[in-house]
Design a protein around this ligand. Structure first.
Ligand SMILES: Nc1ncnc2c1ncn2[C@@H]1O[C@H](COP(=O)(O)OP(=O)(O)OP(=O)(O)O)[C@@H](O)[C@H]1O
Length: 260
């Protein structure tokens, strides 16, 4: 995004599923922000990120609108895929191209009109920070696991697509290190919005948008009061990760398991 620098993306209220106006004034998303969207099944979490992804202008079911740098988004951001400042990655994001990881990334680099070949290795190295299952350039895209695919897509969004905002729809079971993804997105000054049912991701976020009946009903700002809960959940997360690895490796877990 050299030509058009994104300073912020603003979501303006729409209506709930029963037609009531949402009560928030505006939700402003800036580089480095980590936001989670939580709420029961069917409460409108996916609809909310879809509004952001399509730059809604009161033309979706929710009647919300989205501004870029405080104004209507310019046409080029909406229509030119190579200029799109938003990457949406879901559980179902799959790559059907029968190419090696390296060839796929080269193709994407060309599509994005980028000429820096160092970005290929950088993307693979970044993806390997997010997953415990090593990815190499010679692997086939179609042979990657769910966790490897999601890790590569997030790394690609950071390094090659270079998008300022990444939307991640329920990637929790995909076997990626979510805390590392969040740390890396912050380090690269990217904003991320997670649709999530995962307490760890929710508690790690700077802001939590709570949905009910198709509407935003609350925005909780992280103010340190959940630190103790976060520390406990982080311990549970680490424990579960190590157990998962040991069980996958065929071990029997006969020692006592303990949250550190
Ligand atoms: N404000 C709204 N007005 C009208 N329809 C809405 C609104 N918000 C969501 N919907 C519709 O309600 C349905 C459920 O919403 P959505 O899929 O976004 O829920 P969700 O919270 O993502 O659910 P899940 O957790 O099961 O994925 C969808 O058909 C969506 O288009």
């Amino acid at each position: 995004m050299d030509a058009y620098a994104i300073r912020d993306i603003t979501l303006l209220p729409g209506v709930s599923r029963d037609g009531k106006r949402e009560t928030f004034d505006a939700i402003v998303i800036r580089p480095g922000d980590t936001i989670s969207i939580v709420g029961p099944t069917g409460s409108g979490k996916t609809a909310l990120i879809n509004d952001i992804e399509v730059f809604a202008q009161q033309d979706t079911a929710t009647r919300r609108s989205v501004l870029v740098n405080g104004a209507l988004p310019p046409d080029v951001l909406v229509r030119d895929p190579a200029s799109k400042p938003i990457a949406l990655i879901t559980q179902h994001t799959k790559c059907l191209a029968d190419l090696s990881v390296q060839d796929f990334l080269i193709m994407h680099l060309q599509a994005r009109k980028c000429t820096d070949p160092a970005r290929i290795e950088e993307t693979i190295a970044q993806a390997n920070q997010f997953t415990g299952e090593a990815i190499t350039g010679t692997m086939r895209m179609t042979a990657l696991s769910g966790g490897q695919t999601r890790s590569l897509m997030v790394a690609d969004a950071i390094v090659i697509s270079d998008t300022p905002l990444i939307l991640l729809d329920e990637i929790e079971n995909a076997g990626i290190f979510k805390d590392r993804v969040i740390a890396s997105l912050k380090e690269h000054k990217r904003a991320v919005i997670f649709v999530t049912h995962d307490p760890y991701v929710s508690l790690l976020s700077d802001r939590r948008i709570v949905m009910q009946r198709g509407a935003v009903v609350k925005v909780i700002e992280s103010d340190g009061s959940e630190e103790a809960a976060l520390a406990t959940v982080a311990g549970i997360n680490t424990l579960l990760y190590s157990l998962r690895e040991r069980i996958r490796a065929g071990e029997q877990i006969t020692d006592g398991v303990e949250i550190k």
